[in-house]
Ligand binder design. Structure first.
Ligand code: NDP
Length: 315
């Protein structure tokens, strides 16, 4: 078919990993084409203030930072496109990808930076305060600082919830953990750590009923799912730590994924996947750090690995 587009470097996803990969790839003259994906700018666009990305001493909002990254990538002629890749075929040396409109792209290298999506409870009140920046967050390391000296609630019982509750306990006067069963899922050592922290209160068998407040969060209504008793916990921040889902479904026929769906690195310390010429950066392969700066770092690695891969093929 004549309308097949051939590209040296296709970048899928537009968070800090994707844009950093684009900046490096474009400056190396790889003429990258980026598909921004369903949520242009990625998870950071749901973050209010970013204060921990080096180079912004006064902080910057998540959306503003993503616009800056986009303009930096475009400055070096990255072809940034609104749209998303819905299908891939990585069975040959040329990597075939299709967009949602059916446009077929043959890429010599592909950098996957599709990220992961935080899971939320799905309550209407939770989504309201998430969207208006009024006190719901899925990242304590990103947003905990805004609740210094205040009371917060965190839902979840895995390692992330324990880690984030402990992080919040150093900033907040009180942290209430909502555990839906009568036990944690997290490792023993993490559970012991939260149990031993005096300003963390653990409520077992407890579900969230509603996040309460006018424009900002002021309390959380919870219900004991054994007794049916409802209570109200005063809090200005509501943190959700019930897991993430990596956005990797379309690659599952070709790439090695772990049991949750994170892409496995073929060689530690690189961005290689098990398919030559396909590289991964950011949260699609990272369930541990999940920070904008670590995503940006791996985006740089992916572009350098892709450049070396092309050079070895004689480009
Ligand atoms: P997990 O999937 O391990 O845990 C999710 C937790 O959220 C579970 O306790 C689950 O409850 C709870 N949950 C899910 N849905 C709801 C809901 N609707 N309402 C209330 N609670 C809910 O995710 P994590 O992000 O914690 O961890 C992901 C992976 O990363 C794990 O393998 C973990 O070990 C690893 N990790 C390791 C760390 C470390 O070692 N330092 C730090 C962070 C993560 P239930 O138990 O009832 O299903």
């Amino acid at each position: 078919m004549s309308d097949i587009e051939k590209v040296q470097c296709l970048i899928i996803g537009s968070g800090p990993a994707g844009y950093t990969a684009a900046i490096y790839a474009a400056r190396a003259d790889m003429k990258p084409v980026m598909y921004q994906g369903m949520q242009p700018g990625g998870q950071l666009t749901t973050t209010n203030e970013v204060e921990n990305f080096p180079g912004y001493p006064e902080g910057i909002t998540g959306p503003a930072m993503m616009m800056e990254l986009e303009s930096q990538a475009k400055r070096f002629d990255t072809d940034v496109r609104f749209g998303f890749i819905t299908k891939v075929d990585f069975s040959g040396s040329i990597h075939k990808c299709w967009t949602e409109t059916g446009h077929e792209i043959h890429a010599e290298t592909v950098i996957i930076s599709t990220g992961a999506s935080a899971k939320y409870l799905g309550l209407e009140s939770e989504q309201k305060f998430l969207l208006n920046g009024g006190g719901v967050s899925a990242c304590a390391v990103c947003d905990g600082f805004f609740y210094r000296g205040q009371e917060t609630v965190i839902v979840g019982a895995g390692d992330s919830a324990c880690e984030e509750a402990h992080y919040l306990s150093k900033l907040c006067t009180k942290v209430t953990m909502l555990v839906r069963r009568d036990e944690f899922r997290a490792s023993k050592i993490m559970v012991e750590r939260v149990e031993k922290t005096p300003n963390i209160e653990i409520l077992y068998n407890t579900d969230t009923v509603e996040v309460i407040g006018e424009d900002v969060v002021s309390a959380v209504k919870v219900k004991n799912n054994k007794t049916g008793v409802e209570s109200i916990i005063p809090a200005t921040g509501f943190f959700v730590a019930i897991g993430h889902k990596p956005n990797t479904d379309i690659f599952s026929d070709y790439l090695n994924l772990d049991e949750v769906g994170y892409i496995k690195y073929e060689k530690p310390g690189t961005s290689y996947t098990n398919v030559p010429g396909v590289f991964v950066a950011g949260d699609a392969a990272d369930k541990t750090y999940r920070q904008a700066i670590t995503a940006a770092g791996t985006g740089c690695m992916a572009a350098l690995d892709a450049e070396r891969y092309l050079a070895a093929k004689g480009h």
